[in-house]
Design a binder for this molecule. Structure first.
Ligand SMILES: [Zn+2]
Ligand SMILES: [Zn+2]
Length: 278
């Protein structure tokens, strides 16, 4: 119950001052717009200081960082210490190599969902920081950055291309030029969701075109995407860039799915792969 004096001082029913409540309101409103540098992008916990990648130690412990137990070609995690995953052993892979920061699961998966489907564009700089670190760890030596494009139709529907957001940030952080418009997606392929790797390759064939051959000729190109699954898209994009006389094509993504034997059903009900790379 408010007393007359408290009411005069501006206390509300919960004992907070009106000014405080206004501050809380604005803080909440602001948090909907962007995330403070000192808040974990995975769980919202306060961080003692800003950390690269924006993840607290708890979220990092719930993410599988990719280090050495990976396929030397596509960068996906492999079981039993094999050098290459079966896909890379058995199929043409046009990119020189691909690397990711995390396994597409847990917190990293949630972040990519947020960036891609939740309109959380503010996540791009944080994800890009981890990707830049991976680039440097791998001693990638590229001249320029290209994002895996979306078709015009798809980009219009989503309002942006999440891979472009990541590529812009990485280009800024590494001080490498971003080639925009050099590569385009010229047709929408059908959903990749339930397709096996060979079907995916077939599905993306001819979907991309290099529009500015002069821009890519002789260049060591860094192709940026959010997730790599089978690598069919990355391989097709690299193929097109090499046809346009690129000197080398390396791929960098925030996350990669685990390699799964073709006989296994790798997609669970909750996955939204159908939208991925379409
Ligand atoms: Zn966290
Ligand atoms: Zn591989």
């Amino acid at each position: 119950m408010k007393t007359g004096t408290e009411a005069k001082r501006g206390y509300g029913v919960f004992g907070t001052r009106r000014g405080d409540r206004a501050k809380i309101f604005f803080r909440k409103a602001r948090s909907l717009l962007y995330v403070d540098r000192c808040v974990c992008v995975g769980c919202g916990a306060e961080l003692p200081q800003s950390v690269r990648g924006g993840l607290c130690s708890e979220c990092l412990s719930r993410s599988i960082a990719l280090g050495s137990d990976i396929c030397a070609k596509c960068g996906r995690i492999v079981a039993n210490e094999a050098d290459y995953c079966d896909t890379c052993i058995n199929r043409d892979r046009h990119f020189e190599k691909a690397r990711s920061c995390f396994v597409y699961d847990g917190v990293p998966k949630k972040l990519i969902y947020g960036l891609k489907f939740g309109g959380k564009r503010y996540l791009a700089p944080f994800l890009a920081e981890s990707m830049t670190d991976r680039y440097l760890d791998e001693n990638y030596d590229c001249d320029c950055v290209i994002a895996v494009p979306l078709s015009e139709k798809r980009k219009k529907k989503r309002g942006y291309n999440q891979s472009e957001l990541l590529a812009e940030e990485i280009s800024g952080q590494l001080k490498l030029p971003l080639l925009t418009g050099a590569l385009e997606k010229i047709r929408d392929n059908k959903a990749q969701a339930k397709l096996r790797v060979n079907e995916r390759e077939e599905n993306v064939r001819g979907a991309y075109e290099v529009k500015d051959k002069a821009a890519v000729k002789g260049k060591r190109i860094l192709v940026v995407d959010d997730v790599i699954t089978t690598g069919a898209t990355a391989s097709e994009v690299a193929h097109m860039l090499y046809k346009a006389k690129a000197r080398s094509v390396k791929v960098l993504t925030y996350a990669s799915t685990r390699y799964t034997a073709p006989s296994e059903n790798i997609f669970d009900e909750e996955d939204v792969y159908e939208d991925e790379m379409v």
